[in-house]
Write a protein that binds this ligand. Structure first.
Ligand SMILES: Cc1ncc(COP(=O)(O)O)c(C=O)c1O
Length: 414
């Protein structure tokens, strides 16, 4: 078969590889983009900030033509990597910012920009296991509340670790009596604390968990904080709220936060930080061509994500983050109050931007992309998450839809 026949046959078998992007293709892409952007502004059931505000970043990116290079943040960002086209220096500045925000002692932390909250949780469990292995030959047990994010269950499985699911209270916090009952004092404990839980936005009681550990455990312990969403806005609220994510106050070892949830990015990313002590127990597989043992589970890592994070931190003042965070909670109070006033059974946890309520019919769920759940106590539920793009207009439209559904719904038998 000659080259031309081969190319012709290939173009029939895999046409998308063989033809340029046509005007029709572009039209299809444009329609797709418009549809996504329009829908994004109505999204209220998932904790993703649709106010990405990256226009300035992309204008610079296109102008700089940086996309012509294939950068990669493989390796330890604190060790000069022989793969020099990376954004490690920007990544370190992002980590420094958050280490300070989360109250880590200066020079007693290590971290990186993750691919997601789950990636951060994976590292929390991995670093926790290594830390505990260095202290005991007895395998650890992972403790987490049944209402914590499902990634913890999956990751415990991936990392072949025994998991104990602790009951949750009706409002979604880890049940401390059950924690005490299930805590095995003979084995190292890796406790994953939820701050807050995915569906009800509950914050586990860190002081009470530490008290149970101090009184009933005493063995090697590692605490990982899954602060995927709340870790974004709590530090900017100051006072007690900021104290909940302060490492020196709460004595957690590591923390994982999603970047795309509170901060608003056009793709998933996040941040993971742990102490130097935990960092010091990693498997010392030395990779000579990367100048180090590679401390991340993933090898190749995005170099663009740290750059976007750096841009976002540089283009948003502290007082702007404070205003956005305060608004989240005042809007959450507003929505709760209005739903209850319309006769809808609705609940909210302290410091939470998540309102959960009796589940409306499918049209309302679909209109706002609301996530459903079920509870033995509250029955069929849905939740509405106040993110920075959620404005009064969106909330008022939702309140109106809920109120007219409630007005038409048959009254319950008492
Ligand atoms: C509490 C909690 N932890 C972890 C995650 C997972 O985060 P990501 O989607 O960034 O992997 C979520 C996602 O909703 C979450 O709510």
């Amino acid at each position: 078969m000659n080259k031309q026949t081969f190319a012709f046959l290939l173009s029939i078998l895999v046409p998308s590889l063989c033809w340029p992007v046509t005007p029709q293709d572009r039209q299809r892409l444009d329609q797709f983009a418009q549809k996504v952007i329009a829908k994004s502004q109505k999204l209220a059931g998932y904790p993703v900030n649709q106010d990405t505000s990256l226009d300035g970043f992309y204008a610079w990116y296109v102008k700089s033509k940086l996309y012509r290079a294939s950068m990669n943040n493989v390796g330890n960002p604190r060790n000069q990597s022989p793969y020099s086209i990376n954004t490690h220096s920007f990544e370190n500045e992002v980590v420094d910012y958050f280490a300070k925000l989360y109250g880590y002692k200066e020079d007693d932390y290590w971290g990186f920009v993750t691919g997601s909250g789950t990636d951060g949780n994976n590292h929390g469990i991995y670093y926790g296991r290594k830390f505990l292995q260095a202290k005991s030959t007895v395998p650890p047990i992972i403790y987490v509340s049944e209402e914590a994010h499902y990634s913890i269950k999956k990751l415990a499985d991936v990392q072949n670790s025994e998991l104990r699911l602790i009951k949750a209270t009706d409002m979604g916090q880890m049940d401390l009596d059950d924690f005490e009952k299930q805590l095995d004092p003979t084995r190292p404990a890796l406790v994953v604390i939820a701050l807050g839980t995915t569906f009800k936005g509950a914050i586990d009681d860190q002081a009470a968990i530490r008290k149970v550990l101090a009184e009933k455990h005493k063995g090697p312990e590692y605490i990982h904080l899954d602060a995927a969403l709340f870790g974004g806005y709590l530090p900017y609220l100051g006072g007690e709220a900021a104290g909940l994510v302060n490492q020196q106050l709460q004595k957690f070892d590591s923390i994982a936060v999603s970047g795309h949830k509170f901060f608003g990015f056009d793709e998933p990313l996040g941040i993971f930080i742990t102490t130097k002590e935990a960092f010091g127990n990693l498997n010392p597989f030395h990779v000579p061509y990367l100048n180090d043992a590679v401390p991340t589970i993933t090898c190749s890592r995005s170099a663009l994500d740290p750059l976007k994070f750096w841009w976002k931190l540089h283009s948003t003042r502290m007082d702007q983050f404070q205003v956005i965070s305060t608004n989240l909670l005042s809007n959450a109070d507003y929505l709760l109050e209005k739903l209850q006033a319309a006769g809808i059974k609705a609940w909210k946890n302290p410091y939470s931007n998540t309102i959960f309520f009796e589940r409306p019919p499918g049209e309302i769920l679909g209109k706002y992309d609301l996530a459903p759940d079920e509870s033995p106590v509250f029955g069929k539920l849905a939740h509405f998450i106040i993110m920075p793009h959620v404005n009064k207009k969106l909330m008022n439209g939702f309140i109106k839809d809920m109120a007219s559904w409630k007005a038409q719904a048959p009254t319950e038998l008492q």
